[in-house]
Design a protein around this ligand. Sequence first.
Ligand SMILES: Cc1cc2nc3c(=O)[nH]c(=O)nc-3n(C[C@H](O)[C@H](O)[C@H](O)COP(=O)(O)O)c2cc1C
Length: 492
Amino acid sequence: MSFARVASFKTAQAFREYVRGLGWEIPCDDAIGPTALCSLFQPVLGVQINGKPILNRLAVQPMEGWDGTTFGEVTEHVIRRWRRFGETGAKLIFGGEAMAVCPDGRANPRQLIINETTQDGLTNLIKQACESHRSRFGTGQEPIIGFQLTHSGRFCRPSDITRPQPKIAFRHPLTDSRVGITNDDPILSDSDVERLIEHYIRAARVARNAGADFVDIKHCHGYLLHEFLGALRRPGKFGGSFENRTRILREIVSGIRAEGNPIELAVRLSAFDTVPFKPNPQLSSPGAPGPGIPEDFSKLLPYNYGFGVNRFNPLEPDLNETIQFLELCVSLGIKLVNVSAGSPYYNPHVQRPAAYPPSDGYLPPEDPLVGVARQMQVVRQLKARCGSKLVLIGSGYSYLQEFLPVVAQRAVTEGWVDVVGVGRMALSYPGFMMDALNHQHVEAKLICRTFSDCTTAPRNGLISGCYPLDKHYSTSLDAGTLKRLKSRERKT
Ligand SMILES: Cc1cc2nc3c(=O)[nH]c(=O)nc-3n(C[C@H](O)[C@H](O)[C@H](O)COP(=O)(O)O)c2cc1C
């Protein structure tokens, strides 16, 4: 699959025409407007989070670094990342990074854990992000900051990055073998789930005590609560009907409120999904994966193994239950929903469109701009249905590179999305959006080109960060190890 480099488009007009030629639409202004008129500098009207208005339309997406201590505590690397989050100028730091509600729910042995022991370190992260925001932007209102609560479910690797220790909602015919599942042992019982709900309630208490404005009860990317949304074939009170598959969220929320915890609530949701992809074996050679193709699902129809997928053609989204889920969120008093898609493990081109695959991925099966446009279109549809009752944050924008600011501005102006979330770009170049929006010089050499090293590194047990562009990582010992790993892979 060949596709044009985003940096090769000299004008917004050329960009728009190219996207149209792909059969998609991405709204895009010709230029950033004067500050007073730029839609990204307008507050979100009619909503307050912990008594604070959302003063602009930019959010930092949650991004972990695989760099806590083995006890799940904050380290200097984590502090640096959060300080840089503060420097983005975004008035919403959505989740910061996934924090495990219990040690065995970690995706890697260095993921943060949220409990009473780690609480002071988490308070410090809020302090650091606010301080760096203040020192760059003055003493206006500080960003609204939440913590993302997670259990990694099928993708747990709590003690050794090379050893999956999955905990699952149901057996999955296409992904079980990827994490070594051969029997029913990893299936969580209903009483295991009840205990887990208590962990979420306790984590929300810790978040409140640590000073977070909200908690994100994470339902995305193939992790446990997302998997439960698709647990159509699971028997019992947490599977089957929509009501059962959303019981965990309802019980977490009622448990948080039952103990008088007033913390604000948010959800990050994979609003749609597709089947797992793999490198095309006919076009792959050792160390050089071919383009992604879907796993064969022909014998699995209707496809009862995912959320937000058309059960009769699981390559297509079906948003009916997604809309039902958003209505449930409204009824539970949840104000923020961060819309994501798919999973970085089994269909990364859907979740984080990139020009270059991570080491365990595949070459893009489509122009990555299609992946961006798909996520934007879904948010647009969800906003048309539920937009007046929820603040929707959009994801997957970093691949837009030079065009990110003008696309974000147009998307907000046209009401496709309320708040634009920025992920990988915030790792390589935290000041990018504010430089562009304030008509300052933009450092082209810091723009994220989606090399995927931030994903490849942790998949190989290293800390995550922007190795190509951020000196903190490019000059580290891990950078040498990563280089050797990649060249070994190419030679194999
Ligand atoms: C290194 C890395 C770590 C991430 N960690 C998380 C996480 O902890 N929680 C989460 O919901 N998403 C996580 N994501 C996904 C991002 O939040 C975001 O959805 C994705 O990168 C696409 O947005 P972008 O195009 O702006 O990068 C991570 C992404 C990357 C690259």
